[in-house]
Design a protein around this ligand. Structure first.
Ligand SMILES: C[S@@+](CC[C@H](N)C(=O)[O-])C[C@H]1O[C@@H](n2cnc3c(N)ncnc32)[C@H](O)[C@@H]1O
Length: 211
């Protein structure tokens, strides 16, 4: 398989290309983003970090529910981020263009959210990223992720094999692991109270884990 840095570069190029057609497809997935925002606890709504915010679709329900939240958003694709600026949010939003494996935020968050952005990584890479997420949360903070998952281990292995054989198959790298493996990673890092919910899209699950 391509190295993580090369895959991140591919992801960046892919989203920089498709930024202006992205919303047409993903507006159909707004319910998953609303479900994500509805899982944020009122007491944990002050400082929020969004990993892989893209064009900012989940910020619409987020600011509707929590207009006073301080929100930091990260994305590796500058073209996707420019779409957020066009939305002209009047709320507190700090935009960071960069790779979420590498950013030092210089503060901790009450809640870290992510929508459809973490299925580009292997189990070993997720262990590294989720440890960073854990360290970037306050004690009592929540990590809430809505994303694509493999239905079973065969599907997980098939996706990884496919990606190794043909890294250009999806234009960017699409690796899905099972929910069971995702939970194992979260537990090993120290996350507690792990909840899994189905969404209105068959292979999308919402997973909430607390520090
Ligand atoms: C499918 S889009 C999701 C956008 C938005 N969260 C939504 O649900 O509509 C995935 C986003 O994750 C970003 N992304 C993927 N890998 C990243 C990385 N390593 N660092 C920062 N952003 C990344 C991509 O650039 C892309 O904008």
């Amino acid at each position: 398989m391509l190295e993580l840095n090369e895959r991140n570069k591919k992801t960046k190029d892919f989203f920089n290309e498709i930024y202006n057609t992205y919303d047409k497809i993903h507006l159909k997935k707004m319910k998953t983003k609303e479900q994500l925002i509805n899982k944020i606890k009122d007491k944990n709504s002050n400082e929020i970090l969004d990993l892989g915010v893209g064009t900012g679709l989940e910020l619409i329900p987020l600011f509707a529910k929590y207009p006073n939240a301080n929100v930091t958003v990260v994305d590796i694709s500058e073209n996707m981020l420019k779409e957020i600026q066009k939305r002209d949010f009047k709320n507190s939003i700090k935009i960071i263009c960069g790779n979420f494996f590498e950013i030092d935020y210089e503060k901790n968050f009450n809640t870290i959210i992510s929508s459809a952005a973490l299925h580009h990584f292997t189990i070993q890479e997720k262990e590294v990223l989720y440890r960073k997420i854990y360290n970037d949360l306050i004690v009592g903070g929540d990590f809430i992720n809505v994303d694509k998952f493999a239905n079973n281990i065969e599907e997980q292995e098939f996706k990884i094999e496919e990606t190794i054989k043909n890294p250009n198959l999806y234009g960017h790298i699409d690796i899905q692991i099972t929910v069971e493996n995702e939970i194992k990673i979260l537990k090993n890092i120290g996350f507690k109270k792990i909840e899994v919910e189905d969404t209105d899209i068959e292979n999308y699950k919402l997973i909430k884990a607390s520090k």
